[in-house]
Design a protein around this ligand. Structure first.
Ligand code: TEU
Ligand code: CA
Length: 546
């Protein structure tokens, strides 16, 4: 029996509830829909579900704008439905990890209603208010993540409030101890319902110093996380993952290092941002640079090698589909989807599968701006057009990197609307569901789904996958991603071709020898020696004979 915490050998699976499965034909995925698909997840072998927000919300940002932290959005179901989900998941050895969105609430939260009506209401100080600049304008030129000024004027109180993401998402004032107590009590309330942990949305923002203009990883951050740990998390057998777009290999140990008593791991995005244009960001695609990409991931492996723990993922609800972004979603879709999964799942850390990734779902090509639903995409559309970008170019950028790619409905079958809903889906279904869907993939022993099942099972049977040290190989090779894992004399070599051409791999002396293939997407190799040539997108993992 492995004495390490359960979440180190488990695989996570992210559900974006709105797009997973609709049980009642209103076009919106819901909790009963999730319950009806739990056997798919059990067969996949995952250990826990990260559930994107299901709380009551006006859905300006699809639930990342919460108006009641202790209730379920009616379109997703009821608290009874939620309790049933926790119980049914538990019966399949699957934990439910809630999304904790506490950098901001919705502007429809009762706290904010009180806060915006009177400066003397206790809730006023639950949010971040500042007086106007001398010219009456906003207190700073800080821009909201989803476009426009981060400051919104409220005439009733003659002040501006901060909405770092959008005016629908006023920032909570973590400096207020009563607010912190409300949040801790709310977390305990959910933990008492039997959940398995929290994914903490943009957690690195809560320690901000607004007047100093410091938003990310501000001076109060780790004090608050340590307080949260003392008040809520300590002594519970749960998993906590903090999301941060600014965490670096230098700061990561502060969140998840030994003896810090903060979180178990972080979701970091250095490998994502590395691929963005310096001026236009994600909206302007930049050619993929494998050497730079490997460098980032290898650095993270090194930084958390003996202290802290990595999360492993290429996709989530904010990112393009990984097979489209890093692989090939045409001719080599199946092969490259398997290759990407192999490389990701066999690194050291806890892998996360984003819904649909396990069947190799792809990006969607929209042609008109009215097909998009995401407030980030719509918010930036106007801004980029004003900077001289053409609508065609913007839509091309959104099709390559926008968030709606990941949010089209889960493709369950070839039937109408991919079997996601009997009604009209809230966002269009990808037309390729006629060939890419769970039903078809389940019937294919060589499909993407079968490969994911094997990978997830390997983690449970090979301790080297969970605990082995990570040693990068061929770091300068611009086609091959390779590494070795080692534990107690067991050596696992992982080699993958990231290109659509054949690629050469010079086997380093120390790795040469015979071995046994554990998983592959092309051929079961049994020897590494000299110079080998990999097929397009070929990947394999081999246990070397000592
Ligand atoms: O995302 C954090 C975040 O910073 C993203 O908005 C990111 O900057 C963007 O997707 C990159 O273009 C989290 C949630 O995952 C996201 O869905 C929410 O919209 C956001 O926080 C606000 O809660
Ligand atoms: Ca529904």
């Amino acid at each position: 029996k492995d004495p390490a915490p359960w979440w180190q050998s488990a695989t996570g699976y992210q559900i974006y509830p709105r797009s997973f499965c609709d049980s009642n034909g209103d076009g919106i995925g819901d909790i009963p829909g999730i319950v009806s698909k739990l056997d798919h997840l059990r067969e996949l072998g995952i250990g826990f579900i990260w559930l994107s927000p299901v709380y009551r919300s006006p859905m300006a940002d699809n639930g990342y704008d919460i108006s009641d932290y202790r209730d379920i959005a009616p379109e997703f179901g009821t608290l009874e439905d939620f309790d049933l989900l926790v119980a049914e998941a538990k019966a399949r050895d699957i934990g439910i990890v809630m999304d904790l969105v506490v950098n901001h609430s919705s502007s429809d939260h009762a706290w904010f209603h009180a806060a915006r009506t009177s400066r003397t209401a206790p809730e006023h100080d639950y949010y971040v208010w500042r007086d106007a600049a001398p010219d009456g304008g906003p207190p700073s030129d800080h821009q909201a993540a989803f476009g426009g000024s981060a400051w919104t004027w409220v005439p009733e109180v003659l002040q501006y409030y901060l909405g770092h993401f959008s005016p629908h998402q006023p920032d909570l004032n973590w400096q207020n101890p009563a607010l912190r107590r409300e949040i801790y009590d709310m977390m305990i309330w959910w933990l008492d319902r039997g959940i398995a942990g929290f994914r903490m949305d943009v957690i690195s923002l809560i320690g901000k110093d607004v007047d100093a203009g410091v938003y990310e990883e501000g001076p109060y951050l780790h004090g608050f996380l340590q307080e949260m740990h003392r008040e809520v998390l300590a002594g519970r057998d749960i998993v906590t993952v903090g999301e941060s777009w600014s965490v670096s290999t230098g700061t990561a140990p502060l969140y998840c290092g030994r003896g810090r008593d903060e979180l178990n791991m972080v979701f970091q995005f250095n490998h994502v941002v590395e691929g963005w244009d310096p001026v236009h960001g994600k909206w302007k695609p930049k050619p993929f640079d494998l050497v730079a990409f490997k460098q980032v991931l290898n650095d993270w492996q090194a930084a958390l090698a003996d202290d802290g723990w990595n999360s492993l993922f290429l996709s989530n609800h904010d990112l393009p589909r990984q097979v489209s972004k890093y692989g090939d979603d045409g001719e080599y879709r199946v092969k490259s989807a398997k290759m990407l999964a192999t490389v990701t799942h066999l690194m050291k850390g806890t892998p996360f599968v984003y819904q649909g990734e396990e069947i190799g779902m792809t990006n969607t090509a929209f042609t008109r701006i009215d097909q998009f639903r995401d407030l980030e995409t719509l918010g930036h559309y106007a801004e980029e057009i004003a900077r001289g970008v053409t609508p065609e170019d913007f839509i091309a950028g959104a099709n390559a990197n926008g968030r709606d790619n990941a949010r089209t409905p889960m493709q369950w079958s070839a039937r109408a609307n991919a079997g996601f809903t009997t009604g009209t889906p809230w966002i269009e279904v990808n037309p390729n569901h006629s060939t890419i869907n769970v039903e078809a993939d389940r019937a294919d022993p060589d499909g993407v789904l079968a490969h994911y099942k094997r990978l997830i099972a390997l983690r449970k049977t090979w301790p080297v996958v969970v605990h082995g040290i990570y040693v990068p190989v061929a770091e300068e090779n611009d086609a091959i991603f390779a590494y070795v894992r080692e534990l107690d004399g067991v050596r696992l070599a992982v080699v993958a071709n990231f290109t659509a051409e054949k690629a050469r791999f010079d086997v380093p002396e120390h790795l040469a020898g015979a071995g046994r293939c554990l998983i592959a997407n092309a051929m079961a190799r049994d020897r590494l020696q000299g110079q080998i040539t990999l097929e397009p997108f070929e990947a394999f993992a081999m246990v070397m004979s000592s």
